[in-house]
Design a protein around this ligand. Sequence first.
Ligand code: TRP
Length: 333
Amino acid sequence: MNTTATATRVLTGDRPTGPLHLGHYFGTLQNRVRLQQQGAELMLVIADYQVLTDRDVAERLGEHVEGLVLDYLAVGVDPDLSTIFTHSAVPALNQLLLPFLSLVSVAELGRNPTVKDEIAQSRQSAVSGLMFTYPAHQAADILFCKAGLVPVGQDQVPHLEITRTIARRFNDRYGRVFPVPEALLSPAPLLLGTDGNKMSKSRGNAIALRASADETARLIRGAKTDAERRISYDPANRPEVSSLLLLAGLCLDRDPAEVADEIGDGGAAALKRVVTAAVNDYFAPARARRAELAGDLGEVRRILHEGNARANAVADRTLAEVREAMGGLVAAA
Ligand code: TRP
């Protein structure tokens, strides 16, 4: 057993905006399950309040929350070892936001490149206060449980920096309460969506984890490739073909260049047949498990309820420490 991981509390999570896809799986889900198996205590936050950053209303929220729980369980998150919770169900976590906001400046919040990007892409007519401040709320997601390790993609690194700043400043000002967490960047390379852009829930170019075998075949058949008949692994010059080869390689646990050699002059049609078979074989067990669990939503709700209870116990303890450190602030009320 890996002793470093045993001592570590790991927190990460997702916004409940739609089904997780193969990019999520190879980018982070697989890694989370590996950490769980190595003995890390895994906390998964379903960031429901955070859905409201770039839209006015969180649509079909309940369905998306349950969908995320199903996706987690399907890929191997074990609710006996790990905690799945929604941050809106943990009042003490949310209370941390107020002292945390006092520790960052408006200028620092304004410089966050991920937030700037999201503002540029947002369909809202005005930038809400939540859009501007959610990285401080994310710091509460991470620090309420004193996580040491936060597995995330590159786009989340600015948020992690704000979290680290808040932890350091809190400790300097009030005495040490929080560990300063580290980002754990996944080594998995980027998977492109079926249109050749980064695979993303909002772009409509993703293959969902829960997609059926037929749906997967249809999506891959429609994926963008190029006109060259000979298949080769060349990410710089042939990004779409190479991303498909990478996907097949990840599913088959093989070198993508080797997969390319085998397809040879078969062209895009042969490539797509190979990728479809690889994806459908690899995900068949997780998809079957997901379908089975989806038939028992009572159990899914029970798992979430239990996760929320565990997260609340942790958050209550941390908030008590925070109040104590801050000089008994409101603790007597
Ligand atoms: N911002 C993350 C995303 O959009 C989701 C998230 C919320 C998160 N709270 C977190 C990720 C805490 C890691 C740690 O994907």
